[in-house]
Design a protein around this ligand. Structure first.
Ligand SMILES: *[C@@H]1O[C@H](CO)[C@@H](O)[C@H](O)[C@H]1NC(C)=O
Ligand SMILES: *[C@@H]1O[C@H](CO)[C@@H](O)[C@H](O)[C@H]1NC(C)=O
Ligand SMILES: *[C@@H]1O[C@H](CO)[C@@H](O)[C@H](O)[C@H]1NC(C)=O
Ligand SMILES: *[C@@H]1O[C@H](CO)[C@@H](O)[C@H](O)[C@H]1NC(C)=O
Ligand SMILES: *[C@@H]1O[C@H](CO)[C@@H](O)[C@H](O)[C@H]1NC(C)=O
Ligand SMILES: *[C@@H]1O[C@H](CO)[C@@H](O)[C@H](O)[C@H]1NC(C)=O
Ligand SMILES: *[C@@H]1O[C@H](CO)[C@@H](O)[C@H](O)[C@H]1NC(C)=O
Ligand SMILES: *[C@@H]1O[C@H](CO)[C@@H](O)[C@H](O)[C@H]1NC(C)=O
Ligand SMILES: *[C@@H]1O[C@H](CO)[C@@H](O)[C@H](O)[C@H]1NC(C)=O
Ligand SMILES: *[C@@H]1O[C@H](CO)[C@@H](O)[C@H](O)[C@H]1NC(C)=O
Ligand SMILES: *[C@@H]1O[C@H](CO)[C@@H](O)[C@H](O)[C@H]1NC(C)=O
Ligand SMILES: *[C@@H]1O[C@H](CO)[C@@H](O)[C@H](O)[C@H]1NC(C)=O
Length: 754
């Protein structure tokens, strides 16, 4: 390989790593539940805290993000006025509180305020970080409240306080709360309420420059409070002061909590439990990092990259990351245990001279190439990205596709663009929800309406489906397929942006009484022909061929002119060029699932033919593919349809909204026969999608010709045979809705499980 080529490869790989880490980086160290907002402004909100009932562990961990504050939104505890500035997973909460003040002028109270603090049962004032402080020249301050004794659920009350005096405003030391002008004391460990009372010792006779006398008192994070003599007259210019609170996940001790594994909050593997003054809290074990309250929240840290103070490998040693730990080994030519490495004696070194020279030469070359390629990027970052990159190897393929020939078709949106478009993923904008994630309606700046699909991240499969869908859709350019406009790579949750389709799904169209009544046979046939056309295209015109795998009426969207738009390619498979069938885990939706595929796990194009057959029957009968409310023999639509046709009862099960006249009867019979063939137990006996599409299009053409001339039914039949596939001209748009998990359904007999 020419060196130039090597360099190019290195550059490409490095770029891919960066791309990939942008796309999926945050999935590695998740701190929130899937689909939950991760922050309020720049304040991170890790689970168990959350902004909605579903996102938080329970009510005590609810926080409210109020966006009406400028420039940044503010976060509050529950619906209280306690403003949060930082949530730490090590069990602390930094909050801001108003302080008490009491001002007099000429012996008359002019300005007084005494906010009190009451915390919920899982919170307490941190004993080591906070102090009770009073400021004033004639002040005594008393704080009363309650505290929990260590490891007990009994609350006791406390009262304490201090007195601050001074002779003049120049008394006291700046930066030192010494008792002159400022006094401080501790409040008991486990305190969960505080009520401050301020009084004067000498009847408010001491006045400052404005004939005013003020006293202040507050509980405050000691490290942030730096006393200044100015405060004696002007502290009230400050609005709020910081306090550090401790939070616990439960009131029990670790020992008690572990007994009930459903309630035990340390959900992640590799997590530890710690007792504290309120109850217990969780942490990730040494060597792991992340959120112990989420399943799989604790992830292995790469100690070789994040070298902590206790990093024990010697300078020359080779560090290798292991699960939960790391090892140090001395390089060849060195002896030692890795924490110390010594060069071997010189004789052996000379002996190995040639090898060393070659090794060094190669190493130098590699270093030169690498440092050239790494320009502009921190080596450390790249290493970390590389790790993630390989973990999620599907991204390579995605990137190749996106930057390949078809790259320009797909726009890469920024996170802000999509946040603006969806009003920060407002609940009101949700238009669909399912196993894959959530679909939001969004308005882009250029007034385009889009559907934004936000996948769930927690599951690896979802990431694969996301990649899959991008790859598949980037290859398809068909007017009856939902158009992928772009994706967003900056968020931890992969986002796909589609054109918005405004008329719901085929399923809604068929199963909503009002909508179904205006859904004529002509339109139904057209929808069927269009869908068949798409599948035929996917199976034979696309390269490599694509099997959709989840054809169902819910995945066929309708625009205003009832043009069909096939959506949801999350489960689709590209068929390798030299194979006609692939072995996969069975995936799909009951009611539509090919019984042969279900039994053999061999996925072929004929599985889509079967699913399409079910959709066709749905179009004819207006019944649901699977309906547990019906008598047992009618539950599976496919099975019921076949038995009805075999008994010549076709016209009894047709949708009432389909008007049957003499001409229709022949046509309906033809379509029913076609559906019957699609639903054949043996995949080989089913027609190809190409044949299906051609037949349906012929039927459609026939209908159209009826509109012009009045022909009799013999001519119709002969016309039918001679018709080739034809193109249909309709307009499009789209959006995406829902998927049913196969796991949600009950056993049932399917046609063909004979
Ligand atoms: C959030 O931003 C504000 C100002 O923009 C800054 O003062 C504060 O330190 C930031 N907080 C965090 C947790 O980054
Ligand atoms: C947000 O704060 C504003 C101003 O303080 C207040 O009027 C509003 O009610 C708050 N909104 C919520 C949802 O708490
Ligand atoms: C919010 O406040 C109302 C009354 O002001 C109270 O009933 C409710 O429980 C509070 N909700 C939370 C989560 O604290
Ligand atoms: C208080 O906060 C510190 C860290 O700021 C923490 O180490 C300590 O455990 C907390 N709790 C108590 C009761 O001191
Ligand atoms: C906490 O209270 C419960 C009843 O409310 C009692 O059974 C339990 O013994 C108490 N625990 C401690 C440590 O006092
Ligand atoms: C308090 O502030 C002064 C400057 O205003 C600074 O010199 C001093 O170091 C500060 N003290 C602390 C404890 O932060
Ligand atoms: C706080 O203390 C004052 C005076 O002792 C009392 O009147 C007030 O009710 C107390 N407030 C609370 C919430 O305990
Ligand atoms: C404070 O003033 C009140 C009346 O204004 C008086 O009765 C009282 O004795 C004074 N107390 C002191 C300590 O000066
Ligand atoms: C004195 O009081 C007046 C009115 O209350 C206020 O506007 C002014 O800022 C005060 N001056 C000082 C130095 O506190
Ligand atoms: C303070 O009070 C004295 C006497 O009551 C008065 O003469 C003086 O003007 C006052 N000063 C201010 C700044 O209000
Ligand atoms: C365990 O915790 C769950 C959830 O809090 C609760 O429903 C269940 O009753 C508890 N089981 C026992 C044995 O305490
Ligand atoms: C990591 O490995 C070292 C050396 O093998 C051992 O001393 C240490 O206890 C291990 N640490 C953890 C957290 O397992």
């Amino acid at each position: 390989m020419a060196p130039n080529y090597v360099m190019m490869m290195v550059v490409v790989v490095v770029n891919l790593m960066i791309f990939f880490s942008l796309c999926f980086g945050a999935t590695v160290n998740m701190v929130v539940k899937a689909g939950c907002s991760e922050s309020c402004g720049n304040i991170s909100v890790p689970f168990p805290f959350g902004m909605t009932q579903d996102c938080s562990l329970h009510r005590q961990f609810l926080v409210t993000c109020n966006y009406s504050f400028q420039p940044a939104p503010k976060l509050f505890l529950g619906n209280s006025t306690i403003e949060i500035t930082k949530i730490s997973l090590t069990g602390q909460l930094s909050v801001l509180r108003l302080f008490s003040r009491d001002c007099y002028r000429d012996g008359i109270r002019t300005n007084s305020n005494s906010p009190w603090l009451t915390l919920s049962s899982l919170l307490s004032v941190n004993y080591t970080a906070n102090k009770f402080i009073a400021v004033g020249c004639d002040t005594y301050a008393i704080v009363r409240g309650h505290y929990r004794r260590h490891n007990s659920n009994i609350s006791e009350s406390y009262v304490t306080g201090c007195m601050s005096m001074c002779n003049s405003m120049d008394d006291g030391d700046n930066n030192l709360c010494s008792g002159v002008g400022c006094c401080k004391t501790s409040i008991p460990e486990g305190a969960w309420s505080a009520n401050i009372t301020l009084s004067s010792y000498n009847n408010y006779t001491y006045v400052t420059d404005n004939n005013t006398s003020c006293s202040y008192a507050f509980v405050v994070e000691e490290a942030t409070f730096n006393f200044s003599k100015n405060y004696l007259s002007r502290l009230h210019n400050k609005k709020k002061l910081p306090i550090v609170l401790d939070w616990s996940i439960g009131k029990e001790t670790c020992e008690v909590a572990k007994r009930n594994s459903t309630a035990y909050a340390c959900k992640s593997n590799n997590s530890d439990c710690h007792d504290n003054s309120i109850g217990y809290r969780c942490s990730c074990m040494q060597g792991y990092d992340g959120n112990p309250y989420l399943e799989d929240g604790c992830q292995d840290t790469d100690e070789c990259i994040d070298r902590k103070e206790d990093y024990r490998c010697a300078k020359d040693a080779i560090c290798t990351n292991t699960e939960g730990n790391y090892t140090c080994t001395c390089p060849p030519d060195f002896t030692g245990d890795g924490t110390e490495c010594h060069r071997d004696n010189p004789q052996r070194k000379i002996h190995n001279n040639v090898v060393t020279a070659v090794t060094v030469g190669v190493a130098l070359l590699v270093i030169i190439i690498c440092s050239w390629a790494y320009t502009g990027f921190q080596r450390k970052k790249i290493l970390m990205m590389k790790k993630k990159f390989f973990k999620e190897n599907g991204g390579l393929v995605l990137q190749q596709r996106l930057t390949g020939e078809e790259g320009n078709r797909i726009k890469i949106f920024t996170a802000e663009e999509l946040e603006m478009a969806t009003n920060d993923f407002d609940k009101d904008r949700v238009v669909g929800q399912g196993g894959f994630g959530t679909v939001y309606k969004g308005y882009l700046k250029d007034n385009r309406i889009v559907a934004i699909k936000k996948s769930k991240v927690i599951d690896r499969n979802q990431i694969e489906q996301f990649i899959n869908e991008v790859i598949v859709l980037s290859q398809i350019n068909h007017r009856n397929v939902v158009k992928l406009l772009g994706c967003c790579l900056e968020t931890e949750v992969p986002l796909l942006v589609y054109e918005f389709i405004n008329n719901g799904t085929l399923s809604e169209q068929l199963h909503d009484k009002v909508k179904a009544s205006t859904f004529s046979l002509d339109i139904r046939l057209r929808v069927a022909a269009e869908t068949a056309g798409v599948l035929s295209y996917l199976h034979s015109a696309a390269y490599p061929p694509i099997i959709h795998r989840d054809i169902k009426s819910v995945n066929i969207l309708m625009d205003k002119s009832y043009t069909a738009k096939v959506s949801d390619f999350g489960a689709s498979r590209l068929v390798p060029a030299d194979q006609t069938e692939i072995s996969t885990l069975v995936q799909g939706t009951l009611g539509y699932l090919d019984p042969e595929y279900l039994q053999t796990n061999q996925l072929t194009e004929k599985s889509d033919v079967y699913s399409f057959g079910v959709v066709l029957v749905e179009l004819l009968t207006g019944r649901k593919a699977l309906c547990f409310e019906r008598p047992e023999k009618e539950r599976s639509l496919a099975q019921y349809f076949i038995s009805s046709v075999e008994k010549d009862n076709l016209f009894d099960i047709l949708d009432d909204n389909i008007v049957c006249d003499e001409r229709n009867r022949v046509q309906l019979k033809n379509v029913a026969k076609l559906a019957q063939r699609c639903l054949h137990v043996k995949g080989d006996a089913r027609p190809t999608m190409k044949e299906v599409a051609a037949e349906l299009e012929a039927e459609l053409r026939l209908k159209q010709s009826w509109a012009q001339t009045d022909q009799n039914s013999e001519e119709v039949e002969s016309l039918l045979q001679g018709t080739e596939s034809l193109e249909l001209g309709y307009k499009y748009s789209e959006h995406s809705i829902n998927i049913d998990s196969i796991a949600n359904h009950i056993n049932l007999t399917l046609p063909g499980a004979r």
